[in-house]
Design a protein around this ligand. Sequence first.
Ligand SMILES: [Mn+2]
Length: 358
Amino acid sequence: MNSRISLLTSFMPEDADAALIVSAENTRYFTDFPCSDGYLLITREQAYFLVDSRYAEAAEKEAHSCQVVAYRKLSDELKNIILKNDVRTILLEGSAFTLNRAETIEEMVRPFGARCIKDASLDRIISRLRIVKTADEVGKIRKAQRITEESLSETLKLIKEGVSERDLALELEYKMRKKGADGISFDLIALTGKKTSMPHGVPGYETVKNGDFILFDIGATYEGYHSDMTRTYVFGKADEQQKRVYNTVLQAQLNGIRAVADGVCCGDVDKAARDHIDQAGYEGLFGHSTGHGVGLEIHEAPSVSPHSDFMLRSGMVITVEPGIYIPDTYGVRIEDMVVVTNDGCINLATLPKELTEL
Ligand SMILES: [Mn+2]
């Protein structure tokens, strides 16, 4: 057992004999082997990774800290483990099981005297482990961020009148993969002009025009770890209103980052950013939360949202990403990822944020 697995078992409620994990992110977290169709069954004595023949060879080579069991019939192997370890109750990874899949497992284990607990308790325990990142995890996030920044810097050189949002998003993805990314953190967002008023707009055939804001919300993944960054530029010359909106978002973002430190509540980080936007006269135009945790998933705990009393701790990685969105006009968002430290934070983003006219 590695320390993550033994910590998990130590946090399991007393009446639970085992935990059953099936999501690719969490199997990867505990075994270093991502598998979206495997069963990581962790008893108090031993971790078993049950996979079928499609994954058996790779799991044998790459999965750590667990006994890999190649199954032909899942119920047979579950039976062996349940009887050998005297398993009576199994915590299911509630966020990863569909109702049907949970029912199938319940029917498999019931004949051997075991029952499943279908609540959020296992997810809460895992979230508590994953929320603080090790130096190794931060290193992977940092690498993903480097790939993202290099890809964006190169893509900016390709921007000219007539280039479409889809072209820009596709270029970015290609460059990220060429630079060693496993993939993209989410469908990359490249928006121009009026579409920037939609925080998660979808890139289309709209093209870059003089005087437009161009917004990129992008991220690559590296060894399973995500990056997340947003930059907004002006193509051509910015007018006075664009400058005012942009600089208000920038100052809000800097205020948010300045508020981050071990022991600070997420709600206070949100407030530091949001107050500046409200006081500048844009109240109501910043609809989403200020940020979120990033790691094996693009959005994970903690949520940096209004009034949250969740306390930041050293080693957590969060985004700070305020924005102003003026419907049918345009929007601006600026986003960095930071690592929380005892007296502040380390910014993982290095690309400049001053208003840039391309
Ligand atoms: Mn984000």
